[in-house]
Design a protein around this ligand. Sequence first.
Ligand SMILES: [Zn+2]
Length: 102
Amino acid sequence: MNVAKSTSDWTYAHEFAHCTGLPDEYSYSTDTEQIKYIKPDGTLDAAISAPSGGKSKTAADATIMSAVDNTTTLERHAWNIAIEVQELLRAKLGRAIKCTIK
Ligand SMILES: [Zn+2]
């Protein structure tokens, strides 16, 4: 990540979210693509639209991962953390642990 004094708070937050494993929710091509998150129970969530260039900051479904300067975070943005915690606790306790994000 390249940063400068002028780097926005949003950019730091968005890039930190990548550090937890979150994908961009926009397409790198000219096509609108779809993204599916893995839930803590191992199933795939419904596909979300990932348009080229991202979403408008004010779009109803815009998030911190899809629109510049949007700070909306959703449960799916913490599912990777729940999955990691489940695995850590399973390994330490020797039994399955179910973590959810609310
Ligand atoms: Zn990004």
